[in-house]
Design a binder for this molecule. Structure first.
Ligand code: F6P
Length: 538
């Protein structure tokens, strides 16, 4: 992709007219700029595009390496080139994997064996057949993991609250802040608690520290090595480290190096979701994702939902220079979606070096943030509507609620649509002035207040409608964002599947911990040194 495309994009943004005018001139704009896939409906008409710019963006996608990279990914090529790994998480939602092989390994058989073991554990827990070492029925599972080994599962468990069908409760322990593990353990009894250490590497500090704390809790309650090995499970690709920790092979579920942590909800890392919603619903989650995979693989770019969303992102980041993207689910149950997408997007595409090792000369991943609507309306929507920052936003809403309070759900939807409308059309001085007069103000009062009520409008948003927030559509939604991020990575020519940046902080924390715990004091910069002195009171 030549460098000139980026400047061409930037110069094209200057030709863009106002959205209010575009809607006034074209009553069919919403039909022209909308797309359906796997039951999801995306209205992208409230974006700063017209036929010309949209064509330029489509051409850009055609010339980019999206297709080549997708083919390479599906073929099992090592598209994660810095780690020399294939990227095959998509295959984990494929129903029939029996014939799959990678590098002459019968991967399909391994996936099937893992699925069976996982499903059997879920059944045992649901049927109250899993007894602890004191012959008491397991009632609670502690899930220890962080990042990709936690965020998606916490989000999906919350999102699918109406589908909870388990006699067992799952408790997530991620942060190294010991209050999390303390608060969790305070509620539980080791006799009836199963622990699962979810760590692809089995080397993540937070996870290992929490696992050690929980193992100690078992010991403090009189559990011996056999009891601990009965109560502890692991999902990992580092079987040896799990065994060293005391986890037996029969309590270990595999994950493969070709599954990136942030793409791992489809693997045995998704176990807590399966435990909470049951095996059949978990299959639905996979099926919804697989449907989105097929849509992505087969659809031409002009009607390809992930490609469309990726292009809009590129347009804003590289054309307009908007550096931020809000994810605004109008669903309390989807309130953890923004932090899930945060890792998915920012850890994947927050890069400044291309796959070939050269520096990029353009911006990459945006800052992802957001929270559930309508809460955000009473917090940061003021900035979205009236500051000079432009933050493209994805509004996400389920059409049919999983409850009977239909009128209240309609009010939720009305707020969602009204926000996208307010961002798009804004409010002119004349409208604000007339509004003030209609409220009984004098012309002088109206003129002085109206300036404060003006909202520039022309702020872009997508509206994404799900038929319901079911396991199937949640699967499609997650896969949609995965593919969007993949397309953007391909267009930016970066490797979306490594995360070397996060290693630096991990490395530096080791000598600092040694200094804090009085073991060793090495030369440090004056700020870090003085922080350590304050912390240790020296
Ligand atoms: O934050 C870095 C990271 O490696 C993520 O990519 C990953 O999801 C997380 O840590 C947890 O890693 P693991 O599953 O190996 O413990």
């Amino acid at each position: 992709m030549s460098g000139s495309i980026w400047s061409a994009l930037a110069s094209q943004t200057k030709q863009q007219g106002s959205l209010r005018q575009a809607f006034a001139e074209d009553p069919k704009r919403a039909q022209r700029f909308s797309v359906s896939a796997c039951g999801l409906y995306l209205d992208y008409s409230k974006n700063l595009i017209d036929d010309t710019s949209w064509q330029i963006l489509q051409d850009f996608a055609q010339q980019s390496s999206i297709k080549a990279k997708l083919s390479a990914m599906l073929a099992g090529d090592k598209v994660n080139n810095t780690e020399q790994r294939a990227v095959w998480h998509m295959l984990l939602r494929q129903k029939d994997v029996s014939n799959l092989s990678l590098d002459n390994q019968a991967i399909g058989a391994e996936i099937n064996a893992c699925r069976e073991k996982m499903a059997a554990l879920v059944e045992q827990l649901h049927n109250k057949n899993y007894l602890g070492y004191n012959n008491k029925v397991i009632t609670d599972v502690i899930w220890i993991g962080i990042g990709g080994s936690l965020l998606g599962m916490e989000m999906a468990v919350e999102a699918l609250t109406p589908y909870h069908s388990s006699p067992v409760q799952v408790h997530f322990v991620g942060n190294i802040d010991p209050v999390v593990v303390n608060d969790t353990l305070a509620k539980l009894n080791p006799d009836t608690t199963l622990v699962c250490i979810a760590s692809k590497s089995f080397g993540t500090e937070e996870t290992l520290q929490n696992a050690l704390a929980i193992r100690q809790w078992f010991t403090d309650h009189g559990a011996n090595a056999a009891a601990i090995s009965h109560h502890f499970w692991a999902v990992t690709s580092n079987i040896a480290a799990a065994a060293d920790f005391g986890i037996k092979a029969s309590n270990t579920l595999p994950i493969w190096d070709w599954v990136g942590g942030r793409f791992s909800i489809w693997s045995a890392i998704g176990l807590p979701v399966a435990i909470i919603i049951g095996n059949a619903n978990f299959q639905q989650l996979l099926a919804g994702a697989e449907a989105m995979d097929q849509h992505f693989i087969q659809s031409p770019f002009h009607s390809n939902m992930p490609v469309i969303m990726a292009l809009l992102g590129i347009w804003y980041i590289n054309g307009f220079g908007f550096k931020s993207q809000a994810i605004l689910p109008y669903s309390h149950y989807l309130r953890l979606l923004p932090s899930y997408i945060q890792q998915l997007d920012m850890e994947s595409n927050g890069k400044s070096v291309k796959t070939d090792g050269h520096n990029v000369s353009y911006a990459t991943a945006p800052v992802i943030w957001g929270d559930a609507g309508t809460n955000g309306q009473h917090a940061y929507h003021q900035l979205l509507l009236q500051s000079d920052l432009v933050v493209p936003a994805d509004f996400i809403l389920a059409i049919k609620p999983e409850h009977q309070r239909h009128e209240q759900h309609q009010r939720l939807a009305a707020n969602c649509f009204a926000q996208t409308q307010a961002l798009m059309q804004g409010k002119t001085f004349t409208e604000a002035y007339q509004e003030c007069l209609a409220q009984g103000q004098t012309p002088e009062q109206a003129a002085s207040l109206a300036v404060h009520k003006v909202s520039a409008g022309n702020k872009p948003s997508n509206t994404l409608l799900l038929p319901t927030l079911s396991p199937y559509y949640l699967g499609s939604l997650i896969a949609l964002y995965e593919h969007k991020i993949f397309c953007q990575g391909a267009m930016w020519q970066i490797n979306s599947f490594d995360q070397w940046g996060v290693e630096l902080g991990k490395q530096l924390s080791k000598p600092i911990f040694q200094a804090l715990s009085g073991q060793h004091n090495q030369e440090l910069d004056s700020s870090t040194d003085s922080l350590i002195r304050h912390f240790t009171n020296k």
